[in-house]
Design a protein around this ligand. Structure first.
Ligand code: ARG
Length: 254
């Protein structure tokens, strides 16, 4: 019993030490991306929960953020903060609390179907501190290269990125993605997929952040089997399928 515990602790220590050595050596970003050094994606926001970085999001207008449902579902709204106008994790930027967090009844926490949430902020972000992003109402053709940004892990067993990262990934057809994830259930009509197999993908911590295709937001980082694996693309909420829900909420909460 006791020996077991000691062994586990030692393994844990080894794991952390090695983890640090490796993350210091490698320079992968998001996974396979590069650092954003200028404030050019000013619709991007970070979501912090209980003081810790949790997810990404995007500004639809001065007081509304689009993110993933799994980033906020079940959390205490009082402990949620939105950080705008910053590209470094250590920089708080413009901080707002959340007045309302809206998740559709169609959201399923087990399957991550309909993984979308709209946050209404306690007060508006000043106009000089952000730009808003428009949503893509049409489905994106497979093969289209899209931009994904976030502070998520730079490799599967990595850690979050201090500097905001960006990566360009091609959209994979839903049918091809369903085949990769075997069976037909996992990838629903509310999801879309993208990655450069083995090279470029989003990862843990990128969730809730935007996927931008031709200047409009077409996806929300949702889930994936590992990160940048050869077999499994990243999975995104397909904005063209959940657009109606977002519109309704925005009208209901001005
Ligand atoms: N679920 C993750 C998060 O909460 C996002 C994972 C995306 N994974 C991927 N392989 N693209 O941050």
């Amino acid at each position: 019993m006791c020996l077991n515990l000691v062994l586990i602790l030692q393994l844990l220590m080894l794991y952390f030490i090695l983890g640090h050595v490796y993350s210091a050596k490698l320079s992968e970003r998001i996974v396979g991306g590069s650092a954003v050094t200028q404030k050019k994606y000013r619709y991007y926001v970070r979501l912090h929960y209980q003081g810790e970085f949790k997810c990404g999001g995007s500004l639809l207008r001065n007081n509304a953020v689009l993110t993933a449902a799994h980033c906020v579902k079940g959390s205490n709204m009082k402990s949620l903060r939105v950080h705008a106008d910053t590209i470094r994790l250590s920089d708080p930027g413009v901080v707002r609390s959340v007045k309302n967090a809206l998740v559709s009844r169609s959201y399923n926490a087990d399957t991550l179907n309909y993984d979308v949430a709209v946050l209404i902020l306690s007060s508006a972000i000043p106009s000089g501190s952000f730009t808003s992003i428009t949503l893509d109402k049409k489905a994106v053709a497979s093969g289209t290269n899209c931009l994904v940004i976030g502070h998520g892990y730079t490799k599967e067993d990595g850690s979050v990125a201090q500097q905001l990262q960006e990566v360009s990934v091609p959209v994979v057809s839903r049918a091809a993605c369903q085949r990769k994830y075997r069976g037909t259930g996992a990838i629903t009509q509310y999801m879309m997929c993208a990655s450069v197999p083995g090279k470029k993908d989003s990862c843990s911590g990128d969730s809730g952040g935007p996927m931008i295709c031709s200047g409009q937001q077409a996806g929300i980082v949702s889930w994936g089997m590992g990160c940048a694996r050869t077999k499994f693309p990243g999975v995104y909420t397909d904005i063209s399928k959940i657009y109606g829900f977002v519109e309704k909420v925005l009208k209901q909460y001005p």
